[in-house]
Design a protein around this ligand. Structure first.
Ligand code: SAH
Ligand code: SF4
Length: 361
């Protein structure tokens, strides 16, 4: 059977080399070739002996998901649609800024959590991505963005904010993040890798103990009644428990705050009253609040709050001495903005069918 070397983190490479009777330093060589030089051809691995290269060619491969489409927006935002098997495609997005370049990565084909304002959530869930499919997004983007060994890195930050709930695919996401952090692979600091979650409380604690990267939490509502509606997982892990988990997380986090994401939905969660409630809610959590203008998609049923409303909301937070920013919307013309990543998912949860049925009742 052919093994895909993109499946391995450091431990995986070490085990693999031991299994094939190779010395441990080979693991490091392979990691450099694959993740730093972006090589997928064993013949290019010039410091690896010919017999070993032949053996690798016969038994292993370096295979990222196939690029089905690659588009660049007017503002330089670039989006890859990646085929992860028949009927499923995921998306990764690169957002260039003056002093950094951020790659937004997907963790699942679809998402099971059904947040009402999210197009990934609307289309149902198919499956977790493998380690190769997750790290393959970074591997592919790095290659396409022309990172040579000596070139300046185009990708300085990674955010797990694409399709899917990363903490619902815990082991594979952590293995992929270990590669992002590993000096023999991508060598990013923990502060430059951010995981965004809708709030799976036990998994936030596990992350704290295994791989504490920067944490973003999708709050979106200042009370349980509204959050139960917008982010249904709140019924299982209500705000009180979620905020307590955030405080525990900060003890181990690479930053001394948690980022709360708050999507601005016109007439739903965007009043000054909501802002005041939010101030009270988060008072015991060191945090920054990132207001995200809602990105519309067909039949979403929601509208984006207008700029004046967003400004009023932000001012109410800032008056209470909270740090609040408004996220710039990027890549609009290629549907690459937050919450618009739809890819193509074979919906095992049959959510689409249920929605159509409900609509025709
Ligand atoms: N599942 C994770 C990460 C992926 S979503 C999570 O929910 O946090 C990344 C961010 O985009 C989340 O804050 C999510 O709530 C937000 N988002 C989803 N749909 C959106 C939309 N239509 N417009 C703006 N932001 C959206
Ligand atoms: Fe899933 Fe995040 Fe979308 Fe909610 S917002 S449905 S958790 S991807």
């Amino acid at each position: 059977m052919t093994v895909n070397l993109l499946e391995f983190d450091r431990n995986g490479f070490a085990r693999y080399c031991a299994d094939i009777g190779e010395k441990p330093f080979r693991a490091r060589q392979l990691m450099h070739w694959i993740h730093q030089s972006g090589v997928d051809d064993f013949d290019a691995m010039s410091d690896i002996s010919k017999p070993l290269r032949e053996r690798l060619k016969a038994t292993a491969e370096i295979r990222a998901p196939r690029v089905a489409r690659d588009s660049t927006a007017a503002d330089g935002t670039r989006k890859w649609l990646l085929d992860v098997d028949t009927g499923n495609a995921i998306e990764a997005v690169f957002i260039p800024e003056r002093n950094r370049g951020t790659l937004c990565i997907s963790s699942q084909a679809g998402c099971a959590l059904e947040c009402t304002f999210c197009s990934t959530g609307r289309q149902g869930f198919n499956r977790n991505l493998t380690v190769a499919e997750i790290i393959g997004q970074l591997w592919q983007a790095n290659r396409d963005l022309g990172r040579g060994v000596t070139a300046q890195r185009p990708i300085s930050n990674v955010v797990m904010m694409g399709m899917g709930e990363p903490l619902a695919n815990f082991d594979n996401v952590v293995a992929a993040m270990q590669l992002m952090l590993d000096d023999d692979a991508y060598g990013l600091s923990r502060r430059r890798v951010t995981l965004s979650t809708s709030g799976l409380v036990p998994a936030i604690d596990r992350l704290r103990d295994t791989c504490p990267v920067a944490l973003a939490v999708s709050l979106h509502a200042p009370n349980d009644a509204l959050r139960n509606e917008l982010v249904p997982i709140n019924r299982k892990y209500p705000l009180r428990d979620l905020l307590a988990a955030c405080v525990r997380y900060i003890e181990k986090a690479p930053r001394d705050f948690v980022t709360f994401e708050y999507v601005m939905l016109a007439g739903v969660n965007d009043s000054v009253g909501h802002a005041r409630q939010l101030v009270k809610l988060v008072q015991s959590v060191p945090c920054k609040i990132n207001l995200i203008p809602f990105n519309p998609f067909p039949q979403s049923g929601y509208e984006r709050s207008d700029a004046a409303t967003v400004e009023r909301f932000r001012d109410a937070l800032m008056q209470a001495a909270l740090t609040a920013t408004v996220r710039k919307t990027r890549g609009d013309d290629i549907d690459a903005a937050c919450g618009q990543l739809a890819g193509q998912v074979q919906d095992k949860t049959r959510r689409r069918q249920r929605r159509v049925a409900a609509a025709t009742l």
